[in-house]
Design a binder for this molecule. Structure first.
Ligand code: HSE
Length: 344
């Protein structure tokens, strides 16, 4: 067993990164006990190193050069929280080339470059873990990959975007229109200043691609996800749904259409019966209903976004990757292969 301190580099210090860095410090004794070796923050890469963040870190830990940080050669785990595909992809690859495991919360990165990143992880004998990339704090990817590894998943239906769920929820509660609910979401910090990826379904489509790889072992290019945003949902649609005993929800569906090869992925607003488990998902929460041949229906539900909940999921991956290092495992943990193209 290797009990030398494990060095962790964090790329990006936004809402989630701030909490990850804080918890690496405040939970250090607990983390060390669970991992079997101490975890040491080796550096935090940010765009502006002078911006005060109230974390009380040694000033020498901040850097605006993420590539130099991952190429230092002594980093065990790189936590990528930059979002977007570049420079996140290049930095993740550079980290793995240096022998570091990568933990990411970046669904866009995994949806676009999942196969390449998994190949890189396998080639360099490191782990690539991304539990926080779908449904925030809700443990979902590990159950899909590991716990249900011997089962056959037939269908996944979910609310995997908290921003659009919040907006449609507010429209349902107030009877108001999309614009007012979006403004509320921005004011409460749920929606980004540019909420396009959420309201046009791109965020949920990326999450669907990640789920398809793990649940069905297929690679679906994000552009092949059938996608309709929620910008066209009106107060009248919400009222019509209510009259039918239904509620409008931003659903993401992954299914194997009968008699056809491959899987169909779609993201769109839908009128869901009030008795359906997804109808009860409120605010920015997420819920995912997984249907499996042996297990039957399984419901995963909880905080789909937010700094503290998402940081918990990131740290879970840090613990998993760190434990494997302490035990001296080489080679990536078993991952679902994502080589087959799967969209129908
Ligand atoms: N914008 C995303 C959402 C953040 O609203 O769900 C979490 O992935």
């Amino acid at each position: 067993m290797n009990t030398a301190p494990l060095k962790v580099a964090v790329l990006g210090c936004g809402v989630v990164g701030t909490e990850v860095v804080r918890r690496l410090h405040t939970s250090a004794p607990d983390l060390a006990a669970r991992i079997g070796a101490p975890v040491e923050l080796a550096g935090v890469a940010v765009r502006d190193t002078r911006r005060p963040r109230g974390l009380g870190l040694d000033p020498g830990l901040w850097t605006d050069d993420p590539l130099a940080l991952v190429k230092r050669g002594d980093i065990d785990i790189v936590v990528e929280l930059l979002g977007g595909t570049e420079p996140a992809r290049s930095l993740a690859v550079a980290a793995m080339e240096q022998g570091a495991s990568v933990v990411s919360a970046n669904k866009a990165l995994l949806a676009e470059h999942g196969p390449l990143l998994h190949e890189s992880a396998a080639r360099h004998g490191v782990d690539l873990l991304y539990e926080a990339s779908v449904a925030g704090a809700v443990p979902l990817l590990r159950p899909l990959r590991d716990s249900l590894g011997g089962d056959r998943i037939t269908r996944i239906t979910g609310v995997v975007n908290g921003t659009t769920n919040y907006i449609l929820d507010r429209m349902t509660e107030t009877g108001g229109g999309f614009g007012a609910a979006l403004r509320e979401a921005v004011d409460h910090g749920y929606a980004e200043a540019d909420p396009t990826a959420d309201v046009e379904g791109l965020d949920a489509a990326a999450k669907a691609v990640v789920l398809a790889a793990l649940a069905f072992g297929v690679r679906v290019p994000p552009a092949d996800v059938r996608r309709e945003g929620i910008t066209g949902v009106t107060a009248a649609d919400v009222a019509d749904a209510r009259a039918l005993g239904r509620v409008v929800k931003p659903v993401t569906v992954l299914e194997r259409p009968a008699g056809r090869d491959g899987v169909l992925l779609r993201v769109h607003p839908a009128m869901v019966a009030r008795a359906h488990p997804l109808a009860e998902v409120r605010g920015a929460d997420n819920a995912v209903l997984v249907e499996a041949a042996d297990a039957g229906p399984l419901l995963f539900r909880g905080a789909g976004a937010g700094g503290v909940p998402t940081a918990g999921a990131v740290l879970g991956d840090v613990v998993a990757a760190a434990r494997r290092r302490v035990l001296g495992h080489r080679g990536a943990a078993p991952q679902t292969l994502v080589a087959r193209r799967g969209a129908v």
